[in-house]
Design a protein. Structure first.
Length: 288
């Protein structure tokens, strides 16, 4: 009796857990669709910015803009690491933290001084635990980042880069390829790399006021948009990872329930057989 009661308790416990993980899977699926729409909506603007920048760029103009300065040897680099505020998404945050640590260590081995700027509670908690000093930290962005958030993260770094206080700004984020593929990715935000020329006809622009003024306005927009896209893609990747993790947990809970029920049925059958044997034995003893 004690064994069957324990099995019943465990079955109820796992069923409750499965109900929670199934609900979280459904919520993550709903959020993933909206996050994926934001990723798709952000891409045309980014591509248009890159196209205009590519068409306006020339080596002569590039010398006038600090954001296009290419340091020979980076001595001071800012690394922006993006993670999520919540867990229950498998190895998603662990992979991002691992990639951030790898890049920081790589830069420090090359002799650069590294500033660490973190977005997301999970990354902040880990680097605090290992005793790493943080230059800035943000926990208020959540899973619906806006262009304003991207500007807030990178504007001060962009100003310091333009003043020569930084030699580079990089961001580590989760690139959203699909719901099942969200690899940790490193992207150089500053300096802005000279765009590659595209073969074919070059669009004809009527520039007002002039190419120099337009390029000066587009470069900060381009940097902010790069960081915004990293935030958006990481948010979508988080929901994809959480949906996958919760689906795996739900399936595992189902398998565990089936196994526990088989064990319970065998124990119950053995108990009934024992009771029948005791009744038959008692009847035979009274008859004899």
């Amino acid at each position: 009796m004690a064994q069957t009661r324990e099995l019943r308790r465990r079955i109820r416990s796992v069923e409750n857990t499965r109900q929670i993980t199934r609900t979280m899977e459904m919520v993550a699926t709903s959020k993933l669709k909206r996050a994926q729409d934001r990723v798709v909506a952000a891409r045309p603007y980014a591509e248009a910015l890159a196209g205009v920048l590519r068409d306006l760029y020339s080596p002569e103009l590039a010398e006038q803009f600090p954001l296009l300065r290419q340091p020979a040897t980076p001595r001071r680099v800012a690394v922006i690491g993006i993670t999520s505020n919540r867990g229950l998404c498998g190895a998603f945050n662990a992979n991002l933290i691992k990639e951030t640590r790898r890049r920081v260590e790589e830069l420090e081995r090359a002799g650069a001084e590294v500033e660490l700027h973190l977005v997301g509670r999970k990354g902040i908690g880990f680097f605090r635990f290992v005793g790493r000093e943080l230059a800035t930290k943000r926990q208020d962005i959540g899973d619906r980042p806006t262009p304003q958030h991207g500007a807030e993260v990178v504007d001060s770094l962009m100003e310091r880069f333009a003043n020569g206080e930084l030699d580079g700004v990089e961001v580590v984020f989760a690139k959203f390829v699909s719901a099942l593929s969200t690899p940790p990715t490193r992207m150089v935000v500053l300096p802005i790399e000279p765009p590659k020329a595209v073969r074919g006809s070059v669009p004809y622009y009527i520039l007002r006021p002039d190419a120099e003024s337009l390029l000066g306005a587009i470069l900060p927009l381009y940097v902010r948009n790069q960081v915004f896209r990293a935030l958006v893609e990481t948010a979508a990747s988080e929901q994809g990872a959480r949906r996958t993790a919760m689906k795996n947990a739900t399936d595992s809970a189902g398998d565990m329930i089936d196994s526990l029920r088989r064990t319970f049925n065998r124990a119950r059958q053995a108990q009934i057989t024992q009771e029948i044997a005791e009744i038959v034995g008692g009847a035979e003893a009274l008859r004899g």
